[in-house]
Structure formats: C-alpha cells, structure tokens
Design a binder for this molecule. Structure first.
Ligand code: GDP
Ligand code: IMO
Ligand code: MG
Length: 427
C-alpha cells in the first residue's frame, strides 16, 4: 500500500499543483482532502497552463482517478465551471468521485465571507472571498449542507431554511444587507443534483479498498501548514486543517496508511492576505523576488508578499507534519543574486529564538536573523540532475536541507512538468 501526502510548508502557493502532477503518472488516485476553491494550483504541461481550484491536479493524468474527499467544501457552480472549462480544452473529467459527506459552499456563504471582511475593515483576514470560512463554520456548527442533502428535496428545503433564518437575521440586522431567499438557494442546489449523482460515492470506502489493493493514493494538500486553523498564524489562517494529519480526517483513511509525507517548500517565502510574516521584504528586494517569481495569486491575482527562505517556518512544518521528504520549488527564481540571505533565527525583544515562538504576540515582534549564502548566475532551468547544478547552488540546497532536517528529494527548476530534478525517488 502506498499513501502519499503532499503538503505546503509555508503560507501556500509553494508549487503543490506541479508536484502532484509530476507524480501523476504513477498514481492511481489523487485526493483533495481540505479547503475548497480558495486554492489555486497551477500545472504547466508543454505550452498549456492549467489553474485548478477545486479539482485535484491528478485530473490531468488520464490513468488517475480524481477524488474530492469529505474534508473539502464544494461550490458546485465552480466545480462544473471548472469541469466544463477543462472539457473545452480536451481534458475529460468523467471519472471524478465526490464524497457524499463533503459540505457545500452555498450562495449565502460567499455573501457572508465578503460582508464579514468588509465589516472587519483594517482587521480583515484577507480571505479569498469564496465562502470557504463560513461553510466550514456551518459544518462545525452543525448547520451545514452536504452533497448527499441535494438528493432529498424536503430535507434540503428544511436545512436551507433553518440556516437562512439565522443568516438573514445577521445579514439584515447587523450588516444592513438584503435577505437571501431560501427557495432560490434550494432550487439552485437541486439543479445540480443530476450532474452530481454519478460522481457521489462513499469515497472513504473507495480509498481504503484502493490501499488494500496496493494502489498508489496521493493526498493533495491545499493551502499550507502556516494557514492551518490550529498550527497557522491564527486568526490569519484558513478555516480547515491543511496539515498532513488533515489528510486522514479529510478523506477517511487512518494514519497508519500514510507512508510518505512530502512537504513542498519554495526556495524563498511568499504569503497572500493579511497576517504576520517576519521575513517580509517591503523594499525593492521584495519587488525583485515578486517579479522574478511571478508572484501574483492564482485565485485572486493579488500580489504575493515576498521574503527570503525562512528555515524556522519550514522546520516547524517538517516536525508537525512528520515530513519524510521535501520538494524544493522555484530554485531557478533565485538565479542572479550575489548573496542569498536565509532566515536562521528571530530576534524577539533582544533574545534569539531558533524556533518559531509559542505566541503570536512574540511572532509580531520577531526580527529575522540572516545567514548569507553564495548565489549563482548560471541559468539552471535546464538542469535535470543534482550534478548539473553549479557548486554554489548545490551548497544552497544542502544548507537548506541541514537547516530543515529533512532530505530534499525533488527540486523544481521551472514551471514545466519536466523541469524537475529527482534527487531521491518520491514514489
Ligand atoms: P500551489 O498553490 O502550491 O499549487 O502553487 P501555485 O500554482 O499557486 O503557485 C506556484 C507557481 O509557481 C505556479 O505559477 C507554478 O507554475 C510555478 N512553479 C512551480 N514550480 C516551479 C519551479 O520550480 N520554478 C518556477 N519558476 N516556477 C514554478
Ligand atoms: P493554495 O492551495 C495562498 C489564504 C488567504 C487568506 C487566508 C484565509 O493555492 O496554496 P480563505 O479564503 O481560505 O478563508 O482565506 O488564507 N489562502 C491562501 N493563500 N494559497 C492558498 O491556496 C490559499 N488559500 C487560502 O489569502 O490569507
Ligand atoms: Mg496556489
């Protein structure tokens, strides 16, 4: 049996989509286990670029069955738009499986996401505005709507009406917004039922059977460790558990079925939305990284905040996710710097910290302590083996490996499928 988890080690957009696609040919099932269409996973195949939000990146590999697990929140409108968009480009998604237990993002979740952010003003989270947080809040609050509910009209009408009774009071009385019609929301959801029917299944059973049969199941994380609702920079996080442990609760397989956990780490750091980011470069250096890396959001187009590699950030992710391997991405973006700084500690109120501090207040007061590594000027985008890399690039990778404490098994040297160096087999 081979259960493999891919998880982001920073604040998202590390290149999880590319890494997932890269492994695709040897994978039987690719499962999204958390998040929703707040994710934006880019896969580049030849001249074609695909931006996937809700569908697992495995959809681009014909022999691989894509699965949306119970831990995902599904906007059905977005799902079918994405499926139709890919179909128009010749990619067929006729074998997608969706968990009957996955929760649905409805129109009112999107409205609430946006008005809540507006209401927070300067204290906003900087969400993607897709309704993800409010849908998870309803799930935990036991007033969510699940995929299976759209097949029982009378139950669905009752559930939507009950949810809207509360939401409308909030929308009208607190936020001064028009009420949302329960009948309209229900009718819209019922309208999707026939298309969803052949996809809906007990995905936990399918995945456990697949693992019993020795199939390879890849769990494709969305978001990242530092956006996790428990371990991230709360409250500036997403509302789910993107960490590796979330692959179990979000898909219905037990922890002993996971054999490999691959952390995806960008060779520098980025973050979108609000929240602490000790290494953020607000000067022209940050701008140069943003331009070199094309750091603009796949989902919202927002410019990503940029900084150098932060060893404390990735080391914490390595530990809590029990990483077995690291896939280092976008190394090519660092070409052309004389010296490349790496964060090796934080100064917090005059005291050195070698690990991320326990409290958010401390993190807000952290000033990075850098180590300066030698850069390189050679174009590395055509390198296909570790030995093809210049000596200083090799030293940079080895030093990062030492700092993180986990072996670097894959290295990205460009967005293309083939622009990868495999140091140790990932499957
Ligand atoms: P994800 O959310 O983790 O899947 O990452 P995104 O797709 O949001 O952002 C990663 C971006 O970097 C995408 O535009 C990828 O095509 C690109 N990318 C991934 N790996 C590499 C790499 O090794 N080098 C370069 N230059 N770009 C990469
Ligand atoms: P991928 O999978 C980067 C961020 C948002 C915001 C916070 C909460 O492409 O790496 P949400 O809409 O989830 O309630 O927003 O989380 N965020 C991401 N940042 N990459 C993502 O996904 C993200 N998904 C959510 O910017 O700060
Ligand atoms: Mg992304």
């Amino acid at each position: 049996m081979t259960g493999v988890v891919i998880v982001g080690t920073q604040w998202g957009d590390e290149g999880k989509g590319k890494a997932t696609d890269q492994l695709g040919e040897r994978v039987d099932y690719v499962v999204r286990y958390s998040g929703g269409n707040n994710a934006g996973h880019t896969v580049v195949v030849g001249d074609e670029k695909y931006a996937l939000h809700l569908l697992p990146s495995g959809v681009l590999n014909k022999n691989c069955t894509p699965v949306i697990g119970n831990g995902v929140v599904v906007d059905l409108g977005v799902l079918f738009e994405e499926i139709d968009g890919l179909a128009a480009r010749g990619v067929s998604i006729d074998h997608l499986l969706i968990s009957a237990n996955a929760h649905i993002i409805t129109a009112y979740h999107q409205v609430i996401d946006r008005v809540t952010e507006r209401f927070l003003g300067k204290r906003k989270i900087g969400t993607t505005g897709r309704g993800v947080g409010p849908a998870y809040a309803d799930k935990v609050n036991r007033m969510g709507i699940r995929i299976q509910d759209i097949f029982d009209e009378s139950i669905l009408r009752q559930k939507v009406a009950a949810a809207l009774e509360q939401k409308n009071a909030l929308l009208v009385k607190v936020y001064n917004r028009p009420a949302i019609s329960a009948n309209e929301v229900t009718d819209q959801l019922l309208g999707y039922a026939e298309r969803v029917r052949p996809m809906m299944t007990d995905t936990a059973a399918v995945l456990n059977d697949a693992l019993d049969d020795g199939k390879v199941v890849l769990f494709e994380g969305a978001q990242a460790h530092h956006l996790d609702v428990d371990f991230g920079t709360y409250p500036y996080v997403t509302s789910s558990s993107p960490i590796a442990a979330g692959a179990c609760t979000g898909s219905g397989v037990g922890p002993t079925r996971i054999d490999r956990i691959i952390g995806i780490a960008k060779a520098y750091t980025t973050r979108v939305g609000e929240g602490p980011f000790p290494g953020e470069l607000l000067d022209e250096v940050g701008e140069r990284l943003r331009q070199a890396g094309g750091e603009f959001g796949t989902t919202t187009g927002r410019p990503r905040r940029c900084g150098w590699f932060d060893a404390l950030v990735v080391r914490q992710a390595a530990r809590i996710n029990a990483l077995t391997d690291v896939f280092l991405t976008k190394l090519d973006v660092l070409t052309g710097w004389d010296k490349i700084p790496v964060i090796v500690g934080y100064d917090i109120n005059g005291r050195r910290h070698d690990a991320m501090p326990m409290t958010q207040t401390e993190l807000h007061h952290a000033t990075p302590i850098y180590e300066y590594l030698d850069g390189w000027t050679e174009d590395i985008s055509a390198a296909r083996s570790f030995d093809d890399l210049p000596a200083t690039t090799q030293t940079y990778v080895r030093r990062l490996e030492e700092m993180v404490g986990v072996r670097i098994s894959g290295i990205g040297v460009g967005p293309g499928r083939e622009q990868t160096i495999v140091v140790h087999d990932l499957l």
